[in-house]
Structures are given as structure tokens and as C-alpha cells.
Write a protein that binds this ligand. Structure first.
Ligand SMILES: CN(C)C(=N)NCCC[C@H](N)C(=O)O
Length: 288
């Protein structure tokens, strides 16, 4: 089993994560709170009330979990593709796989990844949605003092089931969109590279960026619902399930609700996934 693919997935995911976290915080706030007028308003409110640290709320847990999550995604993807095509990584560009195999391997990676990601993502979203400034003495205490306290309070108040809140929606979001992610990446690399050659660094960067955008554009409607399901239960239970959450969000806010955070998701997706794919490819080439 090629273990390098798992390690490369971890390192590349961590680089992308740090770069993209401030965008991610703005997106989560826009999707689950109605008090912001747009991206700039949200960013300036975070900066004014919570300082630059506000953008990095909830980052420690994703950093700790990215080792598991991204290595699972890239490791499962590469190994499923290896099983489907019997072509090792080194021969990927000389014997290109069929797009259906790439899509299936990506879906599988997304499906398995979502099982590991659920509780970490829930804690991240809950922490990102806390608007209390961290360092101001005398200001109200936030509900959660940090990721471990957040996890303990969820377990205590909402039970083990509480830690899995939103996980089903996460799985629905990630399974097809990660298929789209890898297909877009491969398609762009092949389109911009002469047959049989390895793509250049610029091609890998741009292909990774577009793969990120394509996957997030298609993931945004379920991303909004996932975010709402994860915040549900904090004060009162508003939704009876995914379909009820979709229907009531649509009824109350119109179809535009499913595209909330789309611009920021796409703006974040390009640099994050450009860096992720470039470091992934380089690490694997370096290991030979
Ligand atoms: C749910 N979707 C669309 C994805 N997970 N797409 C893959 C991008 C992964 C990358 N770590 C990122 O956060 O952009």
C-alpha cells in the first residue's frame, strides 16, 4: 500500500488549511448568521470586534485533524484508483486513467473522508460562530473555551449523537463533489500538457485551483445546510432533518440561501487547492 500518498495528503492539506482558514471563518459566519451585509462587512466586523485572531478561531482542531482527514482523502483516492486501473502513480501521465475511474475513486475518497471529518468539522463550525472577542477583559465569556471544552460540552448536553450532528449532510456533500474535484484536476492537467508528459508546476497550481472552485461551487448548497444542521440544537432544535432544514431555509430566505458563501468559498478554494495539489505532487515526485 503506497503510504507516501497518505503522508503527502497530510502535509499538503495542512498548508492549504492555514492559508484558507480566514476565508472559511467568513464563510461559516455568512452561512449561519444573518447579521452581516456581505463579505467585506463580515470581515471588517470580525476585525473590529475580535481582532485578527477572530479569523483564526477554530483552527487548532482542523490542524490536528488534517493529518487524518486529508491523508485519508488522498490515500483512499490514490489507492482506489490503483486498484481500478492497475497503474502506479509514476505511470499516471503515460497511462492516463478513465474519467469514470477517477470520479469513482474521488467519490470513495470523499465518502471515507466524511466519516473522519464530521466531529472535527462540527467543533470548528461551533467555534467559528462564536462572536465574543477572546482577549478583552470584562467581555462576556464565550460558550466554548476551546476545542476540547467544546467537545466535552457537546457530549454532555447533546450526547454522542450531538457530536455527529451534520455528519450525514457532510457525507452527501463530499461524496459526489470530491469525484468532481479529482476529475477537474485531471482534466485540466491533461488539457494543458502535451500527451505523455508530466504537467508543469503552473499547470498543477491552476488545475488545483480550478478543481477547488468546481468542487466548492457544487458543494455550496449542501454546505449551507450542513452548517445549519451543525448549529441546530445549540439553543433550540429548529430542524427535524436535512429535508426539513432545506425546505424551511428555502421558504424563509428564498432560493438564494443555497448559494450563501459561494463567492467566499470559491475565493478560498483557489489558493488553498492550488497549494494543496502543488505540494502533493512535489512530495510524491520527490519520493520518486
Ligand atoms: C466539500 N468539498 C468541495 C471539498 N472538500 N473539496 C475538496 C477540497 C479540499 C480542501 N481541503 C478544501 O478545503 O478546499
Amino acid at each position: 500500500m503506497p503510504a507516501e500518498e497518505f503522508v503527502a495528503g497530510w502535509v499538503s492539506g495542512a498548508l492549504g488549511l492555514v492559508l484558507g482558514h480566514p476565508f472559511d471563518t467568513i464563510k461559516v459566519r455568512l452561512q449561519s448568521q444573518n447579521k452581516y451585509r456581505g463579505i467585506l462587512d463580515c470581515a471588517s466586523q470580525i476585525y473590529r470586534h475580535e481582532s485578527v485572531l477572530g479569523f483564526f478561531k477554530g483552527m487548532s482542531f482542523p490542524i490536528a485533524s488534517i493529518a487524518l482527514v486529508n491523508s485519508v482523502l488522498f490515500g483512499v483516492y490514490s489507492n482506489v484508483l490503483l486498484v481500478l486501473t492497475a497503474t502506479p502513480y509514476q505511470e499516471r501521465w503515460t497511462h492516463p486513467a478513465m474519467y469514470t475511474d477517477i470520479f469513482l475513486a474521488g467519490c470513495m475518497g470523499g465518502f471515507v473522508q466524511s466519516y473522519c471529518l464530521g466531529p472535527f468539522d462540527l467543533i470548528k463550525v461551533r467555534l467559528q460562530n462564536q462572536t465574543e472577542p477572546r482577549l478583552k477583559p470584562g467581555s462576556p465569556q464565550p460558550r466554548y473555551r476551546g476545542p476540547l471544552h467544546c467537545m466535552a460540552s457537546i457530549l454532555q448536553k447533546e450526547g454522542v449523537q450531538g457530536l455527529l450532528r451534520g455528519s450525514g449532510t457532510l457525507m452527501l456533500r463530499d461524496t459526489p463533489t470530491l469525484g468532481i474535484y479529482f476529475v477537474t484536476y485531471e482534466w485540466f492537467c491533461r488539457y494543458s500538457t502535451p500527451k505523455g508528459q508530466e504537467p508543469s508546476s503552473t499547470t498543477v497550481l491552476v488545475a488545483g485551483g480550478f478543481a477547488g472552485i468546481a468542487s466548492w461551487v457544487t458543494a455550496t448548497p449542501l454546505d449551507v445546510i450542513k452548517c445549519r444542521m451543525q448549529m441546530d440544537g445549540l439553543k433550540e432544535r429548529l430542524y427535524r432533518g436535512v429535508v426539513h432544514c432545506m425546505a424551511s431555509s428555502l421558504r424563509q430566505e428564498g432560493p438564494g440561501v443555497f448559494f450563501r458563501g459561494l463567492t467566499i468559498n470559491s475565493a478560498r478554494a483557489f489558493p488553498v487547492n492550488a497549494v494543496t495539489f502543488l505540494s502533493y505532487e512535489y512530495l510524491l515526485r520527490w519520493w520518486g
